[in-house]
Design a protein around this ligand. Sequence first.
Ligand SMILES: [Zn+2]
Length: 331
Amino acid sequence: MSAAFPLPRLPEWCWSGELPGVLELAAARPGPHVAIFALVHGNEPAGAAALLQLCELGIRPARGRLTLCFANPQAYAAYDPSRPAQARFLDEDLNRLWDDNLLDRPAASRERARARQLRSLVRQVDFLLDLHSMQVPGEPLLLCHPTAKAVAFALRLGIPATVVSDPGHESGRRLIDYSAFADPERPGIALLLEAGCHRQRRTVETALAAVLRFLDVCGILDPADAARFAPRPWGREPRLVRVEERVTVRRGPFRLVEPAASLRIVPRAGTTIAFDGGRAVRTPFDDCVLLLPAPSAPPGHTALRLGRLARPVAALTRPGAEPGSASAARR
Ligand SMILES: [Zn+2]
């Protein structure tokens, strides 16, 4: 396990300006609009640390526009290392609100007010990467809505090498599910990175590597910056896991049979993997991949996702048109 990193101090622009927490960098040459989000969950500081390191590198877009966003700095301001889970949000989960039916109504919480504030920005973005981290140890992964465009883009990135295609949660729509991002007929790509365990230094390194690779593939970096900073895809062949079912806590408490670890494969169907209250939760199919366990999830929330390994992925990774060079239409 790598050591913990120091908690990042957010810059002044997180607390002031017309749209607090948002930094826009525009190039003179036209190109796509790329956004990197961190702190959608206030208890996940690794993404914020990676964004600050990106700023320190002095990278600016050579074409198009780059937006950096600290999504919920108020929740992060309440972060207490002895009780980190409490800073995930102030009133409700900001990553379950991305639905115009919800956001058209008057804001009933501080997170809804913030989502309404960020909505017009999100609608303009062509490529969005949302940085998260995990409660339990596990390999990093890219999560995407199961549209072919998002899956193909995520597999092309190759950092990290595991892509999870996941339709989402019963409890609300994620940022990556919002509007055109989840519409196969419209352009717009959004991916969620689970970079590793919340406070590990390696998680920050993974997040920064994924961000630099993302900016490079989106085609907005100056070639000299790309050559100097952007990593190549990690060596391993990318693999795709498709989420087939999610385990939502009914009664609770939810308890895993084995220590929580993401991406564990359970060979046989019918194996007991957890208990929800007194009820056994069993694997519904052979070679079931356990994803993103959240052992402290309350009733009504996702405690575990169950996926199948898709193979081969070669057919999905054939190089397509350069997304950065396409005339990315505004949505
Ligand atoms: Zn998160």
